[in-house]
Design a binder for this molecule. Structure first.
Ligand code: SF4
Length: 454
């Protein structure tokens, strides 16, 4: 069975590679809050190199007369950019200037909705602010206050959990959507890079409601509404641990920009630089994004051009920091991943603790190792597991095809009765957590049913 799984992996590896550019400088003069024209020229040249390396020139991405939307990460409207919590204003200024100088009749918008209350975006871009002054100096055509701008309701048919929400009209109106995120650690989602930068296209109500325990799947679903056409990650100075961190030990200088067309590939390369060996497996959002077909996360399918990634890499994934006692200096890891891990097994996760997760992971490991999982997927088409409190599932996908297991009291509350009406094979196992032997019994029964069908 392992051989058959290997075949799938080998087939994927043979497909075309995507390109990601890494642009590094040993020294970048000035600082995000204060810089000269000469300092800015260094970043300007780095931005140009990003486009040259990844798409062979900006005009292969942006055509004359088109409208470009830049989406930075400005998580707090009043944040000082030297804190590394927001996108470096130098990168926005240089990118706008470069695009305007390189493409005829182009229109450039910049838009964002900082976390907080309505009016936050206006505060972030106000005159006299670092970001506001930088984009105006560069000649931005319009600043789109996402929290005030008209919104459009979208339905995302291939979203797994979150399928209906609203996005700023500008996101759909622009020809080219460029994400300009800041590289940061995140206690809920491990990292916040390109994919998570899309949270800023939501309205405040959704942003708060959706920062829940299935955040990673939500992030992927939001990106399905409109995936960035290009990403330039600000990894000049990164912030480890979490974007709330205020400890100087958490400021990490990469002096780099990482860019490309495929947001998943760009994030995967950045995560490699942060210390993960295999982001396609180890970083939940990236793993789910590849699983759902949003882009490429396998490093062996990504062509890295420019600076040597091995030289830029820092091993920062979770070590305890004796100095700050804030927890960890590096980037958080995910304990006991179960989503987007086992081929053929779809996990719909609600608020789920390690009680249910660890028993499910143990069981799935064993099913995979013995080849039984492959046999079950072959017989039933797919194995679905719903676990945790208040798991969202896109109604357009119901009833789920294949076999569905509702596991644990939290999941049973919402889905226990609902699945009983489905025409497919379903099973409900109660308990908090249900004993692991109950899983053993259920999969034993499934084995027998599969045998009978053969
Ligand atoms: S059912 Fe119990 S063990 Fe399972 S996720 Fe809920 S609280 Fe945790």
């Amino acid at each position: 069975m392992r051989e058959q799984n290997k075949e799938v992996v080998v087939r994927r590896m043979q497909e075309e590679k995507v390109v990601v550019a890494l642009v590094h400088r040993d020294e970048i003069p000035g600082k995000p809050s204060k810089y000269t024209d000469n300092d800015l020229k260094v970043i300007f040249d780095m931005v140009k190199e990003c486009f040259d390396l990844s798409v062979d020139g900006v005009t292969n991405l942006i055509k004359p007369g088109q409208t470009v939307l830049l989406k930075p990460n400005i998580v707090g409207a009043e944040a000082n950019p030297d804190s590394a919590t927001i996108t470096d204003p130098r990168i926005l200024e240089a990118t706008i200037k470069f695009i305007k100088e390189s493409v005829r009749d182009v229109t450039v918008w910049v838009g964002e909705n900082p976390f907080g209350s309505k009016g936050g975006s206006r505060a972030a871009f106000r005159e006299g602010s670092w970001i506001g002054d930088a984009v105006r100096r560069a000649g931005v055509d319009d600043i789109i206050y996402f929290d005030e701008y008209p919104r459009v309701a979208v339905k995302v048919p291939d979203a797994k959990c979150w399928y209906e929400f609203s996005v700023p009209k500008a996101l759909l109106d622009c020809d080219v959507y460029i994400s300009v995120p800041k590289l940061k650690g995140h206690l809920a989602s491990q990292v916040t890079i390109t994919l998570k930068n899309a949270m800023g296209i939501l309205c405040h109500e959704d942003m708060e409601k959706r920062h829940n325990t299935n955040l990673q799947q939500m992030i992927v679903d939001i990106n399905k509404a409109r995936k960035p056409d290009f990403a330039i990650v600000d990894a000049v100075r990164a912030l480890a641990y979490d974007h709330s961190s205020r400890y100087p030990e958490h400021l990490i200088s990469y002096n780099s920009l990482i860019a490309g067309r495929d947001a998943v590939a760009v994030d995967s390369v950045v995560e490699y630089l942060m210390g993960w060996d295999n982001p396609a497996k180890e970083v939940t959002t990236t793993r789910i994004a590849q699983w759902d077909g949003l882009g490429i996360a396998d490093l062996n399918r990504i062509e890295m051009r420019g600076s040597d990634p091995k030289k830029l890499r820092k091993n920062l994934v979770t070590y305890f920091d004796e100095h700050t006692h804030a927890g960890y200096t590096g980037f958080p890891y995910e304990p006991c991943p179960i989503q987007a891990v086992f081929e053929g097994a779809e996990v719909f996760l609600g608020g789920c603790c390690l009680g249910c997760k660890s028993y499910l992971r143990m069981t799935l490991d064993s099913l995979y190792e013995t080849g039984r999982l492959f046999g079950l997927v072959k017989s039933f088409g797919r194995l679905n597991i719903i676990t945790g409190r208040n798991a969202y599932i896109n109604p357009a996908m119901l009833p789920l095809p294949g076999v569905t297991l509702v596991y644990g009291d939290c999941a049973v509350d919402k889905w226990g009765d609902a699945v009983k009406d489905w025409p497919t094979r379903t099973e409900v196992i109660s308990g908090c957590p249900p004993p692991a032997v109950a899983l053993g019994r259920f999969f034993g029964e499934l084995d027998k049913e599969a045998e009978k069908e053969m």
